[in-house]
Design a protein around this ligand. Structure first.
Ligand code: GLN
Length: 483
């Protein structure tokens, strides 16, 4: 049996029948990482001591005949923007290259309390700013489907780890698409819950009004299980919501007949033909499942990229002010005076994309420009959210491509930030509106080797169960390959 190819329920049935132990599962994953990850580079650091100690606890509980916790014995990869006590938490930045987190993020604490084995921390774009994982200060991650291509980003390491079977599930963060887009480009399932659904406590802040923590998996069921563990109110995050968490694995099995699916026309301009064809076939599959598919319009879509890149940079410029060389992280050597210490630290500690965002964000917040840019963008954000609310008067789920293009070649978009930003065109809208979204595999291109295509499903606030239900029906109706 390949211990690295199992779903959570397969892991649990194997553990229950004593076919393997949690320790064997952890070791099998570390061996595979050892063999494969020098090519993929999904991980920035590994935590074998922590994973094996937890595995032994799980095995002891099984030996005592205790029931299995929801993630008992399940290995997990954690994006390196989530704090993990006693382990490096670098945000793929030189600024935090030697930073050891003093406490655990709530999502990490919850997955471990549910029995998961934290294998290590995954690579990403620096401070989660990017769409290709090439902005990592350490090394780019490669797409397991084609090692000459990017895995998407910013949670590219988590997506690649799951796709390459270097972990069955992973945690990522999504501010404007950073879970959904790499999930699409790597051919796995990735989900962003409603804003407030999952606690952000211990997630290093990029743009606080847009940041989310969320799950990756190779099946809808695994994503449903992981979301169920991390979702719910957390007193340590005042923006986390007290809305009850449904039993997602049970809810996702509901029939989709009669489900109303809206397809927004604005999401089909300028997308690559290979993506369009697969999405059309995906839409057909939903029709065959008895869903009512209807065209809809989200008229403010065109403004989303500009709006997102004003709001996220404004928030980033404020959040990243804390990296001053005094409180934590990198401090540049050889300065005279406080001002020069700040300058040299921030100049040497941040990479080019982070600096670009801080400058843009500072500019749009500065007096004289605030009204023209930041305030205007906030108003446009409201219009974009209203588009969705109105659309959801008529439909239950909105279906779009996740990304306009499949995985691109490493280096291809690095010289042109605008081209890179346009990769987020279909994902930033849901982030701005605060609604939940999932990306599921939906066929592949005719490239050699073929590249995965992702389909995005969006729903009303706190209607994650509906997304999982639609995604699960799609998966059940033929697997992800044959869309
Ligand atoms: N690619 C988008 C950006 O660069 C989204 C990043 C994210 O979701 N963290 O901002």
């Amino acid at each position: 049996m390949d211990l690295c190819a199992l779903t959570i329920s397969e892991i649990h049935s194997g553990l229950g029948r004593k076919q393997f132990s949690a320790e064997e599962l952890a070791r099998a994953h570390f061996e595979r990482i050892e063999r494969e990850d020098s090519a993929v580079r999904a991980y920035l650091s590994l935590s074998p001591e922590r994973a094996l100690a937890q595995a032994k606890k799980v095995d002891a509980a099984i030996a005592r005949g205790e029931p299995l916790a929801p993630l008992a014995g399940v290995p997990i990869a954690v994006k390196d923007v989530l704090l993990t006590r006693g382990l490096p938490t670098t945000c793929a930045s030189k600024m935090l290259a030697h930073f050891i987190a003093p406490y655990d993020a709530t999502a990490v604490e919850r997955v471990e309390a549910a029995g998961a084995l934290v294998l290590g921390k995954t690579n990403c774009d620096e401070f989660a700013m990017g769409s290709s994982t090439e902005n990592s200060a350490f090394a780019p991650t490669r797409n397991p489907s084609d090692l000459t291509r990017v895995p998407g980003g910013s949670s590219g390491g988590s997506a690649a780890a799951v796709a390459a079977r270097l972990a069955p599930i992973a945690l990522g963060s999504d501010t404007g698409g950073s879970i959904r887009q790499p999930a699409a480009l790597c051919g796995v399932v990735g989900m962003m819950g409603t804003y407030g659904r999952v606690s952000r406590y211990g997630l290093v802040a990029f743009a606080s009004s847009l940041d989310h923590v969320g799950p990756f998996g190779r099946s809808v069921g695994d994503v449903a299980r992981l979301l169920g563990v991390i979702a719910g109110r957390d007193p340590k995050d005042s923006t986390s919501a007290g809305v009850p968490v449904p039993d997602y694995p049970a809810a996702m099995e509901a029939d989709v007949r009669g489900l109303k699916i809206g397809v927004p026309k604005e999401y089909f301009n300028g997308l690559s033909a290979a993506i369009g064809d697969n999405i059309e076939r995906g839409i057909d599959r939903f029709r065959k499942l008895g869903c009512a598919v209807k065209p809809i319009s989200l008229p403010h879509t065109d403004f989303a990229i500009a709006c997102y890149y004003i709001i996220c940079t404004a928030e980033a410029s404020s959040n990243l002010a804390r990296y001053d060389g005094v409180r934590f992280g990198y401090r540049a050597p050889g300065f005279s005076g406080l001002r020069e210490m700040y300058q040299k630290t921030r100049d040497g500690g941040f990479g080019p994309e982070v600096k670009r965002r801080i400058m843009l964000g500072t500019y749009v917040l500065s007096s004289g420009y605030y009204d023209a840019y930041y305030l205007k963008a906030q108003r446009v954000r409201t219009l974009i959210a209203r588009d969705f609310l109105e659309a959801f008067d008529d439909v239950d789920v909105i279906l779009t491509p996740t990304s306009p293009i499949p995985a691109f070649k490493l280096g291809e978009r690095m010289d042109d930030p605008l081209q890179m930003y346009l990769a987020d065109i279909y994902t930033v809208t849901a982030s701005l509106a605060g609604i939940p979204g999932i990306s599921i595999p939906c066929g592949s291109t005719r490239d050699n080797p073929p590249l995965p295509v992702g389909m995005q499903l969006l729903a009303r606030h706190f209607d994650e169960a509906r997304l999982l239900q639609a995604a699960r029906a799609f998966e059940r109706a033929g697997g992800f390959e044959a869309a």
